[in-house]
Design a protein around this ligand. Structure first.
Ligand code: R5P
Length: 286
């Protein structure tokens, strides 16, 4: 669909599936218009739509497409949502707030038969089953990231860092799988634009390429503060890898300015930093 055209094409090619066409546009008043160009009757339909950079429009398109597919007589409709937005508001932090992860999931539960997503931000919710009662599959980019690191760095000269405790499921898991040394920092968040990162376990940083791995880069402060802490320890170079490249505002430029040599992301969201392709991972599901 609109947000994931390239990834959708690559998945279709690798899964040897027919690439269908959906036209989306807006009525003059801003409402979404959506139309299937191909006949979907009796078919298993896979809708690939990431929920960034326009989470609201993208979600509406996905809901409309899912329900229309069923209306038109499809056998099964599977939503592939590489980046699942709305997962971070997983509790009522302040009185009166909407807990949007549950509501977004509820809408998808009504619209598709199965959901496939990649490394969703599950923090207080530990399992997709707490949100989705339909068939669900959580894929992880860890294997592809590990392959990228093995190709581009050596365990003798590079180490891996996770910028906060939650990042351990990516940073430490990947490091352990390919025999790289790693350390996980802790992070205090004061606001969306103010975080403090603390290093608890030092590594031998000298002459090392340090690779910071996190799931999401949003405003970029987590990566910037982690990079600054690492730079104080005078390594050879600092690199960032993330799964979901949101890079809100000037996040990308700010991370570069913090002295990071390379910034590489997975293609869950289309971005110039995309360097790790996840189409094979997804195509294996079909
Ligand atoms: C949150 O815990 C995530 O894992 C990321 O660390 C966070 O979303 C990054 O946010 P930002 O780039 O705005 O610091």
């Amino acid at each position: 669909m609109e947000n994931s055209k390239r990834l959708g094409e690559a998945i279709a090619k690798k899964a040897k599936a027919k690439l269908g066409e959906i036209k989306t546009s807006n009525f003059p008043d801003g409402e979404t218009h959506l139309q299937f160009i191909d006949d979907v009757r009796g078919a298993e339909i896979v809708l690939v739509q990431t929920l960034h950079p326009n989470p609201n429009d993208a979600l509406i398109q996905l809901i409309f497409a899912g329900r229309t597919t069923k209306d038109l007589g499809a056998r099964k409709v599977i939503g592939v949502v590489p980046y699942m937005a709305y997962m971070r508001q997983d509790k009522r932090f302040h009185a009166g707030e909407c807990v949007s992860n549950h509501i977004a999931a509820h809408l998808l539960n009504q619209s598709v038969d199965k959901i496939i997503t990649i490394d969703p931000h599950l923090h207080r919710v530990h399992d997709l089953a707490e949100l989705f009662h339909i068939e669900r599959k959580k894929l992880s980019a860890n294997g592809e990231i590990a392959n990228y690191i093995k190709k581009n760095f050596s365990s003798k000269t590079a180490v891996i860092a996770g910028p906060d405790m939650e990042s351990s499921q990516w940073a430490k898991t990947i490091a352990d799988s390919i025999g790289f040394n790693s350390t996980i920092f802790s992070k205090e968040r004061f606001s969306s634009h103010h975080v403090k990162v603390t290093v608890h376990h030092e590594l031998d940083w000298k002459n090392k390429d340090v690779i910071i791995i996190d799931d999401i880069v949003s405003a970029g402060h987590t990566m910037v503060e982690a990079a600054k802490e690492i730079k104080k320890r005078k390594p050879k170079s600092v690199h960032c890898i993330c799964i979901h490249p949101i890079f809100a505002g000037k996040a990308f430029e700010n991370i570069k300015k913090a002295g990071v040599k390379t910034i590489v992301s997975c293609n869950t969201i289309e971005h110039k930093s995309n360097g790790i392709d996840l189409s094979t991972l997804v195509a294996k599901e079909f």
